[in-house]
Design a protein around this ligand. Structure first.
Ligand SMILES: NC(=O)c1ccc[n+]([C@@H]2O[C@H](COP(=O)([O-])OP(=O)(O)OC[C@H]3O[C@@H](n4cnc5c(N)ncnc54)[C@H](OP(=O)(O)O)[C@@H]3O)[C@@H](O)[C@H]2O)c1
Length: 277
């Protein structure tokens, strides 16, 4: 598995992680299918995607419980990321949410603790003070945000005094390119990792048809890869970007793991960028 440096730290993380929206349920807890989900996450880990992204809100915490089962006996070799929800961003709220996530994840520490969405109500300085407390207590290793604009990212950076902001998790795929206008260059300049969510446009990339899809199919056949592999390779070919596709189907997991370990030519990457504007 290829790795990239997380933010300005000296930690290397896999360029592909495992998304978990829908693992353990969506907005409600569902235990049906947990065994398959655990098996899928373990397969993803075995394939080298040793980075799991979850959130306290996913399946009302049950996603974190499923992740705990998947990483049992291999916790220390997994880069584990979770998120605190926007309604819990007060100082006390963050501490409480983190303790609850640690319990559900059955772990002593979280590698990357992310603010899921910005809050217009709670000052980011309160949230980041709590993040620094958690880091001092050894409960979290790195701090990230998610769905933050450039302005909000700057505010988050400024609110941290003893830590760097490691990452911003945002939607980014061939289908959704808006971060290229400002956030991507800003992250590159500041040494902030971009964690690309919905990198397969929620599965749309493998299912669509039309002119621009012919180009991706041509590029896929040139490299003996699939559309999804080309789409993920295009993303991780960009400096600060890592991606977290979600897959429960074993074939999808194998396919996604094969999206790294090779690089398409710059001319092909640029042709895709032009076709998908
Ligand atoms: N921070 C945020 O606000 C936020 C928002 C959305 C998502 N996320 C995170 O990002 C992760 C990924 O995003 P996402 O789940 O929205 O979308 P995604 O990863 O773009 O797409 C997931 C869908 O694609 C399918 N799939 C996976 N690999 C495939 C392949 N090789 N070929 C064809 N289909 C494939 C999956 O099917 P199977 O499951 O059947 O394999 C699933 O239906 C989430 O799970 C979550 O962890 C974060």
């Amino acid at each position: 598995m290829e790795h990239k440096t997380l933010g300005r730290s000296n930690l290397k993380i896999p360029v592909l992680g495992l998304g978990t929206w829908g693992i353990g349920g969506f907005s409600a807890k569902s235990t049906e299918g947990d065994d398959l989900s655990v098996a899928a996450l373990r397969l993803g880990l075995d394939l080298g995607m040793r980075f799991i992204d979850t959130a306290e809100i996913y399946a009302r915490g049950h996603s974190e419980e499923v992740v705990a089962k998947a990483i049992r006996n291999q916790r220390d070799s997994v880069f584990l990321a979770t998120k605190v929800s926007a309604e819990n961003l007060t100082y006390d709220g963050v501490l409480k949410s983190c303790n609850a996530s640690l319990k559900r994840l059955d772990t002593a520490y979280i590698d990357l603790y992310q603010v899921h969405w910005p809050s217009s109500r709670i000052p980011i300085s309160d949230t980041m003070k709590a993040m620094e407390r958690l880091a001092k207590d050894g409960k979290i290793r790195h701090v990230g945000v998610s769905n933050f604009s450039v302005k909000q990212t700057k505010e988050a950076q400024e609110a941290l005094s003893s830590l760097d902001l490691a990452s911003n998790q945002v939607e980014y795929s061939l289908n959704e390119r808006s971060i290229e206008n400002d956030l991507l260059p800003y992250a590159e300049q500041e040494g902030i990792t971009i964690v690309a969510y919905s990198p397969l446009a929620r599965g749309l990339i493998s299912r669509s048809s039309g002119d621009r899809w012919r180009l991706i199919d041509e590029i896929a056949s040139k490299y003996h890869k699939t559309r999804s592999q080309v789409a993920l390779n295009w993303l991780i070919g960009k400096g600060p970007v890592v991606a977290i596709p979600k897959a429960r189907d074993p074939q999808h997991l194998h396919e996604n793991a094969g999206a790294q370990g090779w690089r398409m030519l710059k001319e092909d990457s640029e042709a895709l960028s032009r076709a998908f504007t």
